[in-house]
Design a protein. Structure first.
Length: 37
């Protein structure tokens, strides 16, 4: 599990970036929802 090749690292990094982006977008949108609605 500790030996990753370059493609595995890139795939993991892109998935992690997508998850982090979605999480922060949700954290930004959810508190603003009562204001928008």
């Amino acid at each position: 599990m500790f030996a990753f090749n370059v493609s595995d690292n890139r795939a993991f990094a892109s998935v992690f970036a997508l998850a982090a982006t979605g999480f922060f977008m949700a954290m930004a949108i959810v508190p603003a929802t009562p204001v928008i609605a």
